[in-house]
Design a protein around this ligand. Structure first.
Ligand SMILES: Cc1cc2nc3c(=O)[nH]c(=O)nc-3n(C[C@H](O)[C@H](O)[C@H](O)COP(=O)(O)OP(=O)(O)OC[C@H]3O[C@@H](n4cnc5c(N)ncnc54)[C@H](O)[C@@H]3O)c2cc1C
Length: 336
């Protein structure tokens, strides 16, 4: 176990606001976790690509750093990988591509750790974690034991799971089981991959995802950001028809439950935010759904830009945009 004091948040959040973190505790295994003092409930952090520390953080922060992969074959065609939570997600995807194991190649280049992947059920290009998840191993602060959750118990939804709700603050994910396939299973329906032939190799798809993502999204190592800042709002079909009457051409994707998902990027773009900045915080010129920190961004600038975007979109479409990113106050509570 490693305990670090008074750390710059810039090292622990890809948005890199210049706030401070009182204590960061790195745990590697079950022994470390069982020795951890959890009398004041710690905040769990992976690589901080979906987390912004708005204020200096007083709550202790715990990161799980174990990063091994254990492979076992279920039958001739399917392989189970038991992956520790501290592994970088993109590194895992790269390993599976090298091993020619199909299932997560569409999720290449998503920043962050394996442990965070089930929390918001990461997804991209028509694939989400729920599609390949066999189980999630979760250490409870209170009982100091690991419980295995099967996919049904994880309650996966759009950028959602039980770990954001009933289990929030109760413990930490230590490993994720994923099932991958030896047989070719390309998912090419999504825009960006739809020009690839059905015979594409796993490497072709992986590379196309990397090229497409890199052309649209800023690299957080060069320009600080946390990816999509707001969730895509979901409205009823009746609301969508009304909206479409007023704004013909508004894009909407019908969900299996009959509701309609509207791209938040479109709503924000229509309000003229592409490339807009508020001091050093702005909307990325190629993709206004991504808020960026040009270097010296301040919390007030971020919060006033968020409020401005929410108000404009709400006034125009009567839709409330909710942040997808975790915005934390000094006690580790969600800000908005
Ligand atoms: C440029 C960019 C592009 C992105 N594109 C996508 C995308 O296409 N699709 C997508 O879904 N997301 C995307 N994201 C968001 C981000 O990559 C994911 O949310 C990722 O899973 C966050 O991982 P992290 O380790 O950085 O999480 P953190 O920001 O550290 O934490 C996020 C949440 O997970 C929890 N958590 C982290 N580790 C654990 C653990 N071990 N146990 C329990 N809880 C834990 C935290 O408490 C927090 O609630 C993007 C982000 C960026 C910067």
């Amino acid at each position: 176990m490693r305990i670090l004091h008074d750390q710059p948040a810039e090292l622990y959040s890809t948005f890199r606001l210049k706030t401070r973190l009182a204590t960061v505790i790195e745990v590697r295994n079950l022994t470390d976790l069982q020795q951890l003092d959890t009398s004041s409930v710690p905040l769990v952090l992976g690589e901080g690509s979906n987390t912004i520390f708005l204020e200096d953080q007083s709550r202790p922060i715990v990161r799980f750093t174990g990063a091994s992969i254990t492979e076992s074959w279920m039958d001739a065609a399917r392989c189970l990988l038991h992956v520790e939570a501290g592994l970088n997600w993109h590194q895992l995807v790269t390993v599976t591509v090298v091993k020619q194991l199909w299932g997560i190649e569409n999720l290449a280049l998503i920043p962050g750790s394996v442990g965070a992947a089930p929390v918001q059920n990461i997804g991209a290009y028509g694939v989400e974690l729920a599609d390949i998840c066999a189980y999630v191993d979760y250490f409870h602060w209170q009982t100091k034991t690991i419980q295995r959750f099967n996919p049904d118990e994880c309650n996966f939804g759009y950028r959602d799971s039980v770990f954001k709700h009933q289990l929030a603050g109760k413990g930490i994910i230590v490993a994720v089981g994923i099932i991958l396939s030896k047989a070719s299973k390309p998912v090419l329906s999504y825009y960006g991959l739809d020009k690839l032939p059905e015979t594409s190799s796993i490497r072709d798809i992986y590379q196309q995802v990397i090229v497409t993502r890199s052309s649209k999204l800023p690299d957080y190592r060069e320009l600080a950001n946390c990816g999509s800042f707001f969730k895509n709002p979901v409205i009823s079909n009746a609301e969508f028809l009304q909206l479409n009457e007023k704004y013909p051409g508004v894009p909407g994707f019908k969900l299996t439950n009959g509701q309609v998902k509207i791209p938040a990027a479109w709503l924000i773009d229509q309000q003229g935010f592409k490339g807009y900045s508020n001091n050093d915080i702005g909307c990325y010129p190629k993709q206004p759904l991504v808020l960026v920190n040009y270097g010296n961004g301040q919390t007030e600038d971020l919060l006033s830009l968020v409020a401005l975007i929410q108000n404009k979109v709400n006034q125009a479409y009567q839709i409330v945009l909710e942040p997808e990113v975790r915005l934390l106050d000094s006690n580790g509570q969600q800000y908005v």
